[in-house]
Write a protein of this length. Structure first.
Length: 294
């Protein structure tokens, strides 16, 4: 039978013979955890799947320096098994921590605007009059449309149908405007998801460090854990500040460019609409209406 040294050398030179090498090594990889302490039957398959992608790299790095490939292979196998056990232990700790930690999830956007989000009650008219007694219906409709576009991320089909009828805009046109604004916010939403994932990871590390600090008796290690814990808390506060700064509503400039109107018109319209709503409803009620972004 040809030696493993010759098979590995042939594979390194030609890229052929990998199947024969795997036939001779697969069973050794699969059975390696059996002789280890605290290894279960499931560890055989899990370690095999863990080590298999690394086997090609192992074959490529081998250099014949007078020692057989089996010696090199056993050394690499031992170190990779230590890495596998360390990774498995960390996963077990994370699973144990996840049972006792309330992880922060990305808040689900409201499926629709509240009934009074636009300051409109279905049973009454809100069309104001100017000081000369003339109706300002067109102005009010435009302001409602701008407010709806400002809250484009929260609109559903029912809201779009209702707002298109009130603002005298075709439903298809309003849907197209909303979709374009949502497309501009897509990157911000992805960034928010990434920030929340980083926040969860840091929060988990803080929980684990606090647990280690509680049970540690060595003063030097305890001081190092306390220093690392302070750095993690500082990183957590930084991530939370970034999360609060993520913009999830289209800017007035984006709406102005979409509608081909001056940005000042958007600013003024939303300002007076907000004033109208605040004058009509008590401030306590409007403070609770978090979806009214004007």
């Amino acid at each position: 039978m040809e030696s493993l040294n010759a098979l590995v050398a042939y594979y390194q030179n030609t890229g052929l013979g990998l199947g024969e090498i795997m036939n001779r090594l697969a069973l050794r990889i699969y059975n390696y955890p059996l002789g280890k302490r605290q290894a279960s039957e499931d560890d055989r398959g899990e370690f095999y799947l863990y080590f298999y992608p690394r086997l090609i790299r192992t074959l490529g790095r081998f250099q014949d320096r007078g020692k057989p490939f089996e010696w090199y292979f056993n050394s690499v196998l031992r170190w990779h098994y230590k890495g596998y056990c360390s990774r498995k232990r960390k996963e077990q700790i994370r699973w144990a921590a996840a049972k006792s930690v309330l992880f922060w999830e990305l808040p689900d956007p409201a499926s629709s605007l509240p009934a009074q989000a636009l300051g409109v009650d279905p049973g009454e008219t809100v069309i104001p009059f100017d000081r000369f007694g003339c109706s300002r219906e067109n102005t009010c409709r435009k302001r409602i449309l701008l407010l709806a576009l400002k809250n484009a991320r929260h609109l559903d089909d029912c809201d779009i149908r209702r707002i298109s009828g009130f603002a005298a805009v075709e439903e298809e046109q309003l849907v197209a405007l909303v979709e374009r604004l949502r497309a501009n916010l897509y990157r911000q939403e992805l960034r928010l998801h990434r920030l929340y994932r980083r926040q969860n990871k840091i929060f988990t590390k803080i929980f684990l460090f606090q647990r280690d600090l509680l049970w540690e008796v060595d003063p030097e290690v305890k001081a190092q854990l306390a220093l690392s814990l302070c750095e993690l808390r500082r990183a957590l506060r930084s991530i939370q500040r970034k999360i609060r700064r993520v913009r999830l509503h289209p800017s007035n400039r984006e709406i102005a460019e979409l509608l081909q109107i001056p940005k000042g018109t958007i600013d003024t319209s939303l300002y007076w609409l907000r004033r109208q709503v605040l004058d009509k409803e008590p401030r306590e009620k409007t403070a609770q209406n978090t979806l009214l972004c004007a």
